[in-house]
Design a protein around this ligand. Structure first.
Ligand code: NAD
Length: 379
């Protein structure tokens, strides 16, 4: 399948690095970025053909897929242009910044007889598939509750000005703050939850901008930097999903069933372990659980070995795996695992988490209470 990349920013280097894992299925015809310096640096670093314009790229004979790696504000325009040119699109997440935008892109692709899909593809990774298999096979019995944290620490205090991609692109902090950590990250667990438990039926959420001053070099208008939502799935399964760039780094995903807890520490590390901790029942078990709350149980056998090495500057995810699955599905004429309906659904749930104010409000609390005084000895 012939593919071309639009958007040669920070994440494009990660995709480009992973292309080597799919030489037997994907051929890159070239790349384009509207910033000529970015385009030149990327093409030089990787030895790729640089198109002079988006129109040139879209006119490439036999081009099968546009890989849209622009920043979220530009996803829709590039996706639309590719659809208008009759080319399938795989887009970085989110597919759109609103449900409406995502839906209209899905409809445009369908009307044109084209396929559309969106990242993230960590649901196709070894860790996620191992977790899903454990859930499917009833390792922890009936699942009742999921706790998913996507807290990234105070990124605005980090030395992100020194996070530079292989072709020299600085991590786009301002854009990330403006898009919002929920839109940037929630998809990594939402896709996995929807794969395991089906569509989300109801969302109750709260979000806030807790630290408006992100201390950036240029003025920014940050989106909420905290959100917490309760997702309801069929069968009464509940998931609490937290996103922030305020609370300390914590990416744990815990699936709680009658028989125990399955957990992962980092949902975007394909090689990360899946652990199983049995429900504490006896006195000693309960004592140990209270005394050593950090004990996470035994590592489950992985569904297969990860066929690449991450870490030490290399991505821990195969970013191209979703593109490969998309290409294979198109070639084989079968439904894709991550087709547009999934991307639209994830966009809707993400929007409900990040902007609950756009959706019907929950009932206000009617009773109130006077402020409590601390104990005198604690003044
Ligand atoms: N930064 C990360 O760590 C990271 C990780 C995973 C996924 N992502 C996702 O990847 C996407 C891109 O993020 P990024 O960090 O690479 O952003 P970035 O700002 O570094 O890069 C985006 C690039 O797209 C180009 N661009 C924008 N509109 C264009 C257009 N119409 N035509 C051609 N080029 C255009 C920009 O010039 C820029 O070089 C986002 O959706 C983001 O959510 C980012």
């Amino acid at each position: 399948m012939r593919i071309a990349i639009v958007g040669c920013g920070y994440v494009a280097d990660m995709y480009r690095y992973c292309l080597d894992l799919h030489r037997d299925g994907l051929v890159l015809t070239g790349v384009y970025d509207r910033d000529p310096d970015r385009l030149a640096a990327f093409a030089r670093t990787w030895g790729d053909h640089a198109y002079a314009s988006l129109a040139d790229l879209l006119a490439e004979p036999g081009l099968g897929i546009v890989l849209n790696l622009t920043d979220p504000e530009n996803h829709a325009a590039v996706t639309r242009a590719a659809i208008a040119a009759g080319i399938h699109v795989y887009c970085e997440k989110p597919l759109g910044l609103t449900l409406q935008e995502a839906q209209s892109l899905g409809e445009a692709a369908q009307a044109a007889g084209l396929r559309l899909a969106a990242a993230p593809s960590n649901v196709l990774g070894e860790q996620a598939q191992t977790l899903w298999r454990a859930v499917r096979t009833g390792t922890v019995g009936r699942v009742r509750l999921i706790y998913a944290e996507l807290d990234d620490g105070m990124v605005h205090k980090a030395d992100y000005r020194r996070w530079i991609s292989r072709s020299g692109r600085r991590w786009p902090a301002e854009g990330e703050f403006e898009t919002g950590c929920t839109f940037e990250h929630a998809g990594y667990v939402l896709t996995l939850l929807v794969a395991m438990f089906g569509p989300v039926r109801r969302v109750t959420a709260h979000s806030a901008l807790l630290i408006p001053d992100k201390e950036c070099d240029v003025p920014v208008h940050p989106a909420p930097d905290f959100s917490c939502g309760l997702l309801e799935f069929d069968g009464g399964i509940l998931a609490r999903v937290t996103n922030s760039i305020v609370a300390p780094y914590d990416h744990r995903l815990r699936v709680i069933g009658d028989g125990g807890v399955l957990s992962v520490d980092e949902p975007w590390d394909f090689a990360g372990p899946v652990r199983l901790k049995r429900t504490a029942t006896g006195r000693l078990d309960r004592f140990l659980e209270r005394r050593f709350p950090g004990r996470r149980g035994k590592v489950m056998p992985a569904a297969r070995r990860v066929p690449f090495r991450g870490g030490r500057g290399r991505p821990t995810m195969d970013f191209m795996r979703g593109v490969r699955e998309f290409a294979d599905a198109i070639r084989e004429g079968r439904p894709g695992r991550m087709d547009a309906d999934l991307a639209v659904h994830i966009t809707e749930v993400t929007e409900m988490l990040q902007h609950p104010d756009r959706f019907p409000v929950p009932a206000p609390v009617t009773s109130t209470v006077a402020a409590m005084r601390p104990m005198d000895w604690a003044q």
